[in-house]
Design a protein around this ligand. Structure first.
Ligand code: FE2
Length: 352
């Protein structure tokens, strides 16, 4: 049989996806976190992996799905949250723009699985399934009520789930998780019913923010929160070292992601040391240039006497706090550190 006959679509998919294979799984597994530091990796969208000096591993908002893959459905469902928010009917062209950099079925150890809210890009059945099969039988699934309902729907046993709301704290290894208010107004209007004249009061059941207090620093994960003046209260109540905020270029008619101005205002209000935008990587129709945040930061930092720094990350990259606190931009490892270990195999040196 010729190679052409043997090649199938299934072989291509299994051979090419996930794009990074287990490269990042291996990196996370092998990382030894130095005392008084905390390591984190960006797994795309708002997915963050946190690892501490005592080898506590926390997975927040990991998601391994994708967006639109066909143009066959012309319209959004009647009560889709983006239809509720915008009044538009046409299917939004939200195609996944970032690669999948982690193999969920390659997970070996995790101590807690968290979700900020139950929208599909913040909770994941593949990872949940792999954790149930590969990891310790006591790993908790922690989230607001609606996220827990989703896990239960996947088949996660009720005793493995912890429903949290603002004000709660959960201890996982050497990490204390403080549950805080979400400001995700898109989540608030996610409902399968007419909402005109109704004031929803169930935000705490739908979405939360988290503060992870680790021996290496405190990480504030704001899920899909919009800008809120209440960030200032969170900043007064808690010491925050690294704040993560959902940034994006909102299509006309949308107010869903924070803008560059909002990210700077959020950082200032939270009194964080470092602010990192995320989520802008993943949807084609909300794609944004994080360089805009850096540009605006440089324009305003002196007059407003900013005490924080922005950090512009890349999906699949690692950030260690406080070691990387003065870096402004991430770059992937470039390799070839061992160049000229051997004599290059070229005709003569002057060709180099
Ligand atoms: Fe999202």
């Amino acid at each position: 049989m010729s190679k052409i006959d043997e090649i199938t679509r299934e072989k291509w998919i299994l051979g090419a996806f996930p794009e990074w294979g287990t490269w990042l799984n291996e990196e996370i597994d092998q990382e030894i976190v130095k005392p008084n530091t905390v390591a984190m990796w960006w797994l795309g969208c708002t997915g963050i992996w946190i690892k501490t000096e005592k080898n506590t591993n926390i997975a927040v908002d990991l998601w391994f799905g994708n967006g639109k893959r066909t143009q066959k459905n012309k319209y959004m469902d009647e009560y889709h949250q983006m239809r509720n928010m915008t009044g538009g009917r046409m299917t939004q062209p939200n195609l996944r723009a970032a690669p999948v950099v982690y193999d969920p079925f390659g997970v070996t150890k995790v101590d807690a699985v968290l979700s900020t809210h139950y929208h599909n890009d913040h909770i994941d059945p593949f990872f949940a399934s792999a954790v149930m099969k590969n990891c310790s039988p006591d790993v908790p699934f922690i989230g607001p009520l609606e996220s827990v309902k989703k896990w239960l729907g996947y088949g996660i046993p009720r005793e493995r789930c912890i429903i949290v709301k603002p004000g709660d704290t959960v201890k996982i290894g050497d990490v204390e998780i403080v549950v805080l208010d979400s400001f995700d107004r898109t989540c608030l209007v996610t409902a399968d019913k007419p909402l005109a004249g109704i004031c929803p009061t169930d935000m705490d059941e739908k979405a939360v923010n988290y503060l992870f207090k680790t021996p290496g620093g405190n990480i504030y994960h704001s899920g899909d929160s919009h800008y809120s003046v209440y960030y200032a209260k969170h900043g007064k109540d808690h010491h925050i070292d690294v704040a993560l905020g959902s940034y994006g270029e909102n299509p006309v008619g949308n107010q869903d992601k924070m803008t560059s101005v909002d990210i700077l205002r959020m950082a200032e209000a939270l009194q964080t040391d470092v602010v990192i935008p995320f989520h802008y990587d993943v949807w084609t129709n909300f794609k944004a240039d994080p360089g805009e945040i850096l540009m605006l930061y440089n324009y305003k930092k002196h007059v407003l006497n900013y005490k924080f720094r922005p950090f512009i990350w890349e999906v699949g990259g690692k950030f260690t706090y406080p070691d990387d606190r003065e870096k402004l931009q991430y770059h992937y490892r470039r390799g070839f550190e061992d160049c000229f270990t051997d004599e290059p195999n070229v005709p003569y040196r002057s060709v180099l």
